[in-house]
Write a protein that binds this ligand. Structure first.
Ligand code: NAP
Length: 458
């Protein structure tokens, strides 16, 4: 009988990634009963993943889960190892040697490509880069977005597209007292963008954004939402979709779009246009983005399974900046199976699989498990399911004693990695909050590792 998970032989678990999925996995493990120790690895010096660097700065309520993550982090069974890149500073085989279970919760770190001509012309960027930039993520802080043009385009109609649209549409005064990065506030204050087109390949009944986020576009200080009433005429299958009472969210979004279409003519300095049934075909420009070629679509297929079909009718839209916002994508980690087509780690109920075989002791949760869908809370259910698989496997796992963080810390020290502990992060956190006070911001984020490590030297 295995004694794994007892005081004599505590379960040692490594979690890779400190976003919502990682913290909810830590919470579920700590609350599950067996005696265990959880070590969370994070490549940045700061925890909380997309809650810190993805959630829009003007949505502070969505950052409240951090209060729960802080409590989890203060558990005596929890240890944070920040500024450690798994696969570079410590390898996956080394982690497997040091822990009974390794849980990958590293999210979807890059974006999906449109796969069309001119996609990478200067002026065209991934929405994920813009989001990282305005949120002060160290990987994106040095990017330059040329906002000197009249017209910006966003491809896609999910909530990330709405975030990007709102940040472009807001006045500096609307953003000034948020935790937006200082460099982004400065650049946005000088923005000359007047028209923002958020373009969906399908119709208003299929848009992925949610109605509270959509409604906010009608509540901005100096921007009018523009919807062409002709775009709200629905085919029979779309009417059937909206008649389905289980599709309440889409009905509510449609009602918001109707209210936008019924508004009086725009009066504000900026306009955000919600354009439907158009697909990007090519980005055109002489050395930089100048125009976007679009194809008009119609919808074909059964209700809830309608797809966009090209009509052959093309149009051009002059634009100086474009953000593709068509979804995030996971990145492979050396030593871990990866499904290239889906951009996820293949798994069965959170157990990582290599072909048909389960990889013993290796698990996955969150966006890198199921793809980039759902809200922050969706990761809690997902992580509970993965932890249930771990608990069910406990009697069959290799019960040999594992050295855990002590061995890993020795390895990292030998390699010159400055591990940022949770106590270190708390000092950095306090310094960010102090830095924000003169401008009445909740915090002024440090956007580079050196600045963060300097705080720890004081
Ligand atoms: P998303 O919700 O999946 O939306 C992706 C959009 O891109 C859809 O409109 C999709 O259209 C379109 N698209 C995909 N491939 C395309 C292509 N080749 N050409 C043109 N359009 C294409 O993804 P997301 O906006 O990145 O959001 C990711 C997740 O984070 C979502 O679950 C979202 O709700 C969540 N999130 C939530 C909040 C919030 O709660 N405030 C904020 C940000 C993000 P089709 O529908 O036709 O595929």
């Amino acid at each position: 009988m295995s004694n794994l998970g007892t005081r004599e032989n505590p379960l040692r678990a490594a979690i890779v990634g400190s976003g919502p999925a990682g913290f909810y996995a830590a919470e579920a493990l700590i609350e599950s009963g067996p005696t265990l120790l959880v070590d969370m690895f994070e490549r940045l010096a700061s925890p909380f993943g997309l809650v810190r660097s993805g959630v829009a700065p003007d949505h502070p309520k969505l950052k409240q889960p951090i209060l729960v993550y802080q409590q989890i982090a203060e558990s005596p069974q929890f240890r944070f190892l920040g500024n450690v890149t798994v696969g570079r500073d410590v390898s996956v085989p080394e982690l497997k040697d040091c822990y009974h279970v390794v849980v990958f919760a590293c999210g979807a770190q890059t974006d999906r490509a449109m796969g069309i001509g001119g996609e990478y012309l200067p002026g065209s960027r991934a929405a994920t880069e813009f989001v990282g930039w305005y949120n002060g993520h160290p990987d994106y802080r040095d990017l330059v977005f040329d906002l000197s043009h009249d017209t910006a385009v966003i491809i896609g109609q999910g909530n990330v597209a709405v975030d990007v649209c709102r940040i472009l549409a807001k006045t500096a005064d609307e953003l000034r007292h948020t935790d937006i990065a200082a460099h982004a506030l400065e650049a946005l204050a000088e923005s000359r963008i007047r028209d923002i087109h958020m373009i969906g390949r399908r119709g208003p009944a299929q848009a992925k954004f949610t109605h509270p986020e959509l409604r906010e576009l009608g509540e901005l200080a100096d921007c009018d939402p523009i919807v062409d009433p002709r775009d709200l005429e629905l085919n029979a299958a779309s009417c059937a979709e909206l008649a389905d009472r289980s599709n309440r969210a889409a009905i509510k979004s449609y009602e918001v779009l109707q209210a936008f279409a019924a508004r009086p003519p725009p009066t504000h300095r900026r306009r955000c246009h919600l354009d439907f049934l158009k697909s990007p075909i090519e980005l055109i420009g002489d050395g930089r983005l100048e125009r976007l070629l679009l194809m008009r679509n119609c919808l074909v297929g059964q209700p809830s399974r309608q797809v966009a079909q090209a009509t052959g009718e093309m149009e051009e839209l002059a634009c100086g900046v474009l953000f593709r916002s068509i979804g995030y994508r996971g990145v492979a980690i050396a030593g871990v199976p990866f499904d290239e087509a889906r951009g996820v780690i293949p798994n069965r109920d959170g157990r990582v699989i290599d072909g048909e075989n389960v990889v013993p002791g290796v698990y996955v949760t969150g966006w890198i498990k199921r793809g980039p869908t759902g809200i922050i809370g969706t990761n809690r259910e997902d992580s509970v399911l993965t932890v249930n698989s771990i608990l069910a496997d406990l009697p069959h796992l290799d019960a040999g004693a594992k050295p855990g963080a002590d061995r890993v810390m020795a390895l990292l020290e030998g390699r010159g990695t400055r591990v940022v502990s949770y106590a270190d992060w708390q000092k950095i956190d306090a310094a960010e909050i102090r830095r924000g006070q003169p401008a009445a911001k909740p915090r002024e984020k440090f956007t580079g590792l050196k600045e963060m490590l300097d705080v720890l030297e004081c």
